[in-house]
Design a protein around this ligand. Sequence first.
Ligand SMILES: Nc1ncnc2c1ncn2[C@@H]1O[C@H](COP(=O)(O)O)[C@@H](O)[C@H]1OP(=O)(O)O
Ligand SMILES: [Mg+2]
Ligand SMILES: [Mg+2]
Ligand SMILES: [Mg+2]
Length: 346
Amino acid sequence: MIVSMCNLSSSLGSLNSFRLKVQKALLQSDVQSKSDKSPVTVADYGSQAVVSFILQRELPSESFSLVAEEDSGDLRKDGAQETLARITELVNDTLTSDGTCISRVSEEDVLTAIDSGKSEGGSNGQHWVLDPIDGTKGFLRGDQYAIALALLDEGKVVLGVLACPNLPLASIGGQDQHSLHNQIGCLFSAKIGEGTDMQPLDGSSPIKVHVSAIENPEEASFFESFEAAHSKHDLSSSIAKKLGVKAPPVRIDSQAKYGALSRGDGAIYLRFPHKGYREKIWDHAAGCIVVTEAGGEVSDAAGNPLDFSKGRYLDLETGIIVTNKKLMPSLLKAVRECLDEKPSSL
Ligand SMILES: Nc1ncnc2c1ncn2[C@@H]1O[C@H](COP(=O)(O)O)[C@@H](O)[C@H]1OP(=O)(O)O
Ligand SMILES: [Mg+2]
Ligand SMILES: [Mg+2]
Ligand SMILES: [Mg+2]
């Protein structure tokens, strides 16, 4: 399966205008609640439809498989007609404005495109993995969010693209504040064995990025979820304290954390969801390769690499930790000690 990184990057880049436009003009009726109480918006559905259309246009149909977050169930219910019409209008605006020669798509086409993301993934063959808007709560607040697309080959992530429309090109880690003219919007892309690139969302040239080289935890800063409901802030604080981290946490939404970490804005990302939460592959696949190709490591709380071959969910020891190769052993030790002291914290 051959699809150029350039095509993919420009397709996700063109989605940028779609999302910024939708984010600014979002109506109350554009936001719904899913069965797990998490929010979903016309932008989540529209983004999934657009990426699905573009991938299916670029790729041979017989082997196409997409594992994506949203499905059309709620959009097919009575009362959803207006929402579906609005999504279809936004999708058509996007597909025609980015110069791709796609004729207008119907509401049924949009529903079908969304549902092409129902694949179960797994360890055989190739599967695209999509989070059309990761960090929907951040998107709604006007803060960080990401569009995350990855490719699995025989259960391994081999390619990842992470668009972060609200992430400054300059570091959010304290240094380098005055470079790049405070431009906003970053696209991270990584291919196995080829490193990680970052480029502005306007399509300017990419640069190679690398994780922080910090070895002394006292100089490290760490990322965690903005939402306390998504990750235990008290547990992260205990781990950071035990490790000797002095800086307060940097709290941002979505896989933008992986992007920021891949260019060394911070050195550590800690994620400890509350009991019962199951991590999905689309929440980590693109971020994971963006960080590992930039020289970092991603593991579960037991030190195992993430296994993307088990279907739509990640099967892991609760907790995801990300850092550079130098800090990982001491970070894992701090995690183990904190969990041993307070096993009930998981
Ligand atoms: N209860 C929850 N616990 C942990 N993560 C959650 C929960 N509900 C939704 N998420 C997902 O966590 C990710 C964002 O986490 P964070 O911003 O805290 O890093 C998103 O993928 C979000 O889904 P979504 O893609 O629907 O926004
Ligand atoms: Mg969601
Ligand atoms: Mg997500
Ligand atoms: Mg999402």
